[in-house]
Design a protein around this ligand. Structure first.
Ligand code: SAM
Length: 346
């Protein structure tokens, strides 16, 4: 079920965010500079609060020993952590072969002006860029400045032309009319190599109405592409479709329906894209096999286990749960259970 070459960790290195995206509705992220990492929303934070860079690095090292080979830094906004670049380079020294950062891009240009270069170890820069329309970007993020983000991307590409740049776009029904223009914009941008289309995740019950209005399933998006384009999508792993256009732009379409869920997921109030594929490290060092872990099941206190010298064994136990995980609930079951009535077909 869980192949070795796909073992990734996602490390939330900043509990703060400088934006407040409409779909990212953890209770605290709506206020600027209040803790808002996805990994922290749904459970009691551990006592120690956000951990030090040194501790992040020790945890990354332990996870690498447990054969996790890829790492993405996230948050909150990871570039709000002034040592994000140090963490990237240490991860490279440790031996991580894929190292990414997922950022809203608003601080990238300032970073490059100050430091001159991106950290050498970085192999993937993912920018959350929902639209190429500056007003719409502001409406979605409440503060994001399109020009600043694009400037950051072009400076990043100049600094390292080989760096893969991926644009994350959350699929919203109200944006479908402009989806093909968005793809064309990315093709012509000269900086974007991949588009990652993400299914909207229901983040909490308060946003249910928004979800019902805006969710659009991957199968409906595939139908849309087959009606309006010649793109041919295929699945080359367990949880996403993808295609490469003649311009070499790759489009990834994540499908929540393909998420690997197991018993632990049954009481979870969201239906995510990753399920058990990715291990998450929260800003306080809590480690789970889940992006939005509500129950405390299978969660590891990374700092305490490091001190006890038992982190490696604990992580290995956690990994064993992947190997026996099986999908236990479909997206349709989830809609029924949560009384979700989508606005259109899906
Ligand atoms: C939570 S952000 C954190 C990293 C960084 N601040 C950023 O903006 O990229 C990570 C990714 O999660 C996505 N995301 C947030 N809320 C989501 C939701 N409700 N459904 C699907 N994706 C979501 C964002 O679009 C972003 O690409």
């Amino acid at each position: 079920m869980f192949s070795l070459n796909k073992r990734n960790i996602r490390v939330a290195i900043s509990p703060f965010c400088n934006l407040s995206c409409i779909y990212c509705d953890g209770p605290k992220s709506r206020k600027p500079n209040k803790p808002g990492a996805m990994e922290d929303f749904r459970r009691k934070p551990l006592k120690q609060g956000a951990i030090s860079t040194d501790m992040f690095i020790k945890i990354i090292e332990a996870l690498h020993l447990a054969r996790f080979d890829g790492m993405t830094l996230t948050g909150g906004e990871p570039l709000l952590n002034p040592e994000w670049d140090l963490i990237v380079n240490k991860a490279k020294e440790i031996g991580m072969s894929r190292i990414g950062v997922t950022t809203n891009g608003t601080l990238l240009n300032t970073y490059l002006q100050k430091k001159g270069h991106l950290p050498k170890g970085l192999t993937l820069l993912t920018i959350s860029l929902d639209t190429f329309d500056a007003d719409r970007l502001k409406a979605i993020t409440r503060r994001g400045k399109f020009e600043e983000v694009m400037k950051g991307l072009s400076e990043a590409k100049k600094d390292n032309p080989k760096l893969k740049i991926r644009a994350n776009k959350v699929l919203l029904r109200s944006d479908m009319e402009s989806l093909l223009d968005y793809i064309e914009f990315c093709e012509k941008s000269g900086v974007i190599d991949e588009i990652n289309l993400l299914n909207l995740i229901l983040k909490d019950q308060q946003s249910k109405r928004f979800f019902e209005e805006e969710f659009i399933s991957a199968s409906e998006v595939l139908d849309f592409f087959s009606k309006h384009t010649k793109y041919k999508f295929s699945i080359d792993n367990k949880y996403e479709f993808n295609t490469k256009l003649s311009s070499d732009l790759r489009i990834i379409l994540k499908d929540t329906n393909l998420t690997l869920r197991n018993n632990q997921c049954i009481n979870c109030p969201i239906y995510c894209q990753e399920g058990f594929y990715t291990v998450r490290v929260a800003t306080d060092g809590n480690i789970t096999a889940c992006p939005d872990h509500k129950a405390e099941l299978s969660s590891i206190d990374g700092v305490a286990e490091l001190k006890r010298g038992t982190l490696f064994n604990k992580v290995n136990q956690l990994v064993k749960t992947f190997e026996t995980a099986e999908p236990k609930e479909t997206l349709d079951d989830f809609f029924v259970k949560n009384n979700i009535k989508l606005r259109k077909g899906n």
